[in-house]
Ligand binder design. Structure first.
Ligand code: G3I
Length: 520
């Protein structure tokens, strides 16, 4: 059973009409350009790339009509945050209550969504009676639970997190009633029971802090390799991806996903959110946007990454503030259900146009330019990503309705200096604007990042750009003063396209405010 369902038929005006209304009400921007413009949903964009884009949800949230409207229209997959867990489904041994889980599957059916079942075997949210059982009875209790639940949801749950969070941070197995009774064999036993109950469901092992390379993901890799060798029914690995900007982006996420995919397994991002220390500000939200974008990039780069689920879509219903006091703002939509910059970052990474993510910052430049009125397009004029020069071709386009004064605008192309000299030369080789009006210099980033410890800053000494007009091509070039080689392949702004296309990883500023792109 595929988790990617067909794109829903587009409703009135592309953006589901009710969603337009909801966003307009929620943001107080009735008829503003972001909410009025027809656009694909996040799931539509993901589905066009062969993936799903989903959200967790929970029963107490569904009576919130504005919330439910967005949940039902923007996302193609949902995961119950709590209502399919053991303590809800089987609070007393042998007494099953599927009421809350059924509300979730009903919602999904009404909205043409698939469901990831979460979760059959977990050390947490486990009713007390399981931990009180004599060891010899735990295996039967576990397989009975799995059999009853997976049978009940057969045909309605497309994928199960059969086993959740089996590892400690150091890669040793986590102690739980199941591990104590059966050792690590409980995992194979659980997977076999789930497969017997629902042979069509995709079966996953799910954990957090396994998104990047490290001891815990190595342990998961060893476990799933062994299970596959033994012929245990296992379809995928779920990477929860509860990220935090203060801890950095997971190390080599794409390569890590790929190694699981190379074993023949699917990979899913199952619980994505990106928290920060409060209060949020534009810089933190920009970093958050970059993290969300990088997760989407990693998933799209790995053929067997089947989709992304965010751990609820709005800060209004996030689990973060109660678990990490002082932290929050982790989701794509804010407390008022208005999309945040990260929402646009996800849209852009999925190949769509930005769709209304508000950075909460200054909305007007002194020169009359406003955020969203400029964009930059890029092509690589560089035949080699490993030689001693970087050659970006850029053109700036005025997408707004007023003229933009070019001296108020700067553009940053982000790259890594790699080894060798730390001083640079830069050139404008050609432009219909006349290169004598184009300024360029290499600046060391104040917060160096992998692939982005410097940027080429491009500016203008004169001129203005009429609505709809483009500067035309600006052929730029830079090198180190010792002419040592670069490795451009991991540079933040680098791309291989040879014709001009919108470039969200090249940033544009008007009057000093970020108006286009996502900073690294
Ligand atoms: O249902 C009771 C309610 O009756 C009571 O009044 C209230 C008082 O605190 O608590 C309610 O239960 C809460 C439950 O969510 C339902 O809202 C629990 O206290 C609370 O601990 C529980 O938190 C959930 C958490 O798992 C528990 O570990 C979060 O909602 C849920 O989002 C979170 O999800 C986990 C994934 O399953 C696994 N990965 C990590 C992720 C985040 O922690």
């Amino acid at each position: 059973m595929s988790l990617v369902k067909r794109c829903r038929p587009r409703r009135t005006g592309g953006l589901p009409a009710l969603l337009v209304g909801t966003l307009a009400l929620a943001t107080g921007l009735a008829g503003g350009p972001a909410s009025a413009a027809p656009q694909d949903t996040l799931h539509d964009l993901a589905a066009a790339q062969g993936r799903y884009f989903g959200s967790a949800t929970d029963n107490p949230e569904l009576p919130d009509a504005a919330y439910a409207e967005i949940l039902g229209s923007e996302f193609g997959q949902i995961t119950p945050g709590n209502s399919m867990k053991w303590d809800t489904i089987e609070p007393v041994q042998g007494r099953f209550d599927f009421t809350k889980g059924d509300v979730i599957t009903d919602f999904a059916q009404q909205h043409g969504q698939t469901v990831r079942g979460h979760t059959l075997v977990w050390h947490s949210q486990l009713p007390g009676w399981v931990g009180s059982l004599p060891s010899a009875q735990v295996e039967t209790a576990m397989t009975d639970h799995i059999t009853a639940e997976a049978t009940h949801y057969r045909g309605e749950v497309a994928a199960w997190d059969v086993v959740n969070e089996p590892f400690n941070e150091d890669g040793t197995f986590r102690t739980s009633p199941f591990y104590t009774a059966m050792g690590s064999d409980y995992i194979a036993t659980a997977l076999r029971a789930a497969h017997a109950a629902d042979p069509d469901a995709k079966l996953y092992i799910n954990d957090y802090n396994i998104e990047g390379m490290g001891a815990k993901s190595d342990a998961m890799y060893d476990l799933v390799s062994e299970l596959l060798d033994e012929g245990v029914p296992l379809d995928g690995v779920g990477m929860q991806a509860h990220l935090a900007i203060q801890y950095g982006f997971p190390y080599q996420m794409q390569a890590n996903m790929q190694r699981f995919a190379d074993l023949g397994l699917d990979v899913a991002v199952t619980e994505l959110d990106v928290r920060m220390q409060l209060p949020a500000d534009a810089a933190k939200l920009a970093t958050q946007s970059s993290y969300y974008g990088q997760v989407v990039d990693a998933c799209l780069a790995v053929g067997r990454c089947v989709g992304i689920t965010i751990w609820d879509y709005t800060d209004k219903y996030s689990w973060v503030p109660s678990t990490f006091p002082g932290e929050g703002a982790a989701n794509l939509y804010d407390d008022d259900l208005a999309p945040k910059p990260a929402y646009d970052a996800v849209r852009t990474a999925l190949g769509g146009e930005p769709g209304g993510g508000d950075d909460g910052g200054d909305d007007g430049g002194d020169d009359g330019s406003t955020p969203g009125t400029l964009k930059v397009q890029y092509r690589s004029s560089d035949a080699s990503a490993g030689d001693n020069q970087i050659k970006p071709g850029l053109q700036l386009v005025n997408t707004g309705t007023g003229a933009v004064s070019l001296p108020s605008v700067t553009v940053r192309y982000w790259f890594s200096g790699d080894n060798g000299a730390t001083t640079y030369g830069s050139w404008c080789d050609w432009s219909p604007l006349d290169c004598s009006t184009v300024t360029h210099r290499v600046v060391a980033a104040s917060t160096p990042k992998a692939g982005a410890d410097h940027y080429l800053e491009v500016g203008f000494t004169s001129g203005s750009l009429a609505p709809g007009a483009s500067t035309g091509e600006i052929q730029l070039r830079l090198s180190k003063t010792d002419w040592s080689n670069f490795d451009e392949s991991d540079d933040y702004s680098y791309g291989t396209g040879t014709s001009y296309a919108d470039a969200s990883k090249i940033t544009v500023y008007a009057g000093g405010d970020l108006v286009w792109g996502i900073e690294p």
